[in-house]
Design a protein around this ligand. Structure first.
Ligand code: PAF
Length: 299
């Protein structure tokens, strides 16, 4: 496994792989790797013959007062983990390498805007986060030039926006969704879990419990958006130490909140603060035929 820090070395390694007829799979990360990330690498390897993993803590997607400074930077142990799964290339650039032109000036023309679908939920709580995330993802796509890129399902709004970006600007790039990897407790794996104390770790499990309660409620005949949300909400109400930022049911195809008579595939989203750590999770939900739509049909 090769580790490179410059765009020139990245371009050379990717060109060599292409010259051997290999397709390029790409997993963008901010490092502090856990089993969830390694599962993304395995998925990329199923889809392509040469896997590039980027490790870059992107300053543009952190707001003032967020954890940019304290975000774990663990390149050595990340590289060890990536070796065990057989990644081909680690690209760990500096901010200058990603954002500056040859004379060292930040190139403003690379800035992306997340648009309407980036305004709610995470976008409302972390203004500018998705613009910064899309900006780096587009830069990375331009530099790595992958055939396939893998993103985790845990960051559902990020995945939705990356798909929008790819459909618009990178039509030949396949975006693959990797399922959420959970600890045995149900807690979704996240680089930020390492900030949790033992008791906060217990509290954090309420997020996945809440989603499971919502999912169970969705399987009851006549379930609707409000019955799913009420079941999920009830779990969180019992854990006041978890400060809920939002609990919402959105249409998977638009990321807009669903109406009470919605039937189809939705995502139950949750975000909460446990102490100073913000955690996200989500669960796919199918609402078959809400009672409200049955009533509507009878009228
Ligand atoms: O999900 C992440 O780790 C980051 O948002 C990403 C996609 C690597 C962009 O910095």
């Amino acid at each position: 496994m090769q580790i490179v820090h410059s765009n020139a070395e990245l371009a050379e390694a990717v060109a060599n792989a292409r010259a051997q007829g290999k397709r390029i799979g790409f997993v963008p990360t901010m490092g502090a790797l856990h089993d969830g990330h390694l599962s993304l690498v395995r998925i990329a390897q199923e889809q392509a013959e040469f896997t590039v993993v980027s490790i870059f803590v992107n300053p543009l997607q952190f707001g003032a007062g967020e954890d940019f400074e304290k975000y774990p930077r663990t390149l050595e142990s990340d590289a060890e983990k990536l070796k065990t799964v057989g990644a081909d290339l680690v690209y760990a650039p500096s901010a200058r390498e990603i954002y500056a032109d040859e004379s060292g000036v930040i190139d403003q023309s690379v800035k992306q805007s997340a648009g309407a679908a980036g305004q709610g939920f995470e976008g409302a709580i972390r203004p500018g986060h998705f613009d910064g995330m899309l900006t780096v993802v587009a830069r990375l796509f331009d530099l790595v030039k992958p055939d396939v890129a893998v993103f985790g399902a845990k960051d559902a709004q990020q995945l939705f926006l990356v798909r929008q970006l790819a459909e618009r600007d990178y039509p030949s790039l396949a975006i693959v969704k990797a399922p959420i990897v959970r600890e045995p407790s149900g807690l979704a794996m996240s680089s930020r879990n390492r900030y949790l104390s033992a008791s906060e770790h217990q509290t954090a499990q309420s997020l996945s419990r809440s989603l499971r309660a919502g999912e169970a409620a969705s399987r009851v005949a006549g379930a609707s958006a409000s019955s799913v949300l009420a079941a999920a909400q009830q779990v969180m109400a019992e854990v006041p130490e978890a400060k809920l930022d939002y609990l919402a049911l959105v249409d998977q195809s638009t990321f807009a909140p669903v109406a009470e008579d919605f039937a189809g595939h939705a995502l139950l989203l949750i975000a909460a603060r446990i102490g100073t750590t913000r955690l996200l999770d989500n669960q796919e939900i199918v609402i078959e035929q809400p009672t409200t739509s049955l009533l509507g049909a009878r009228e």
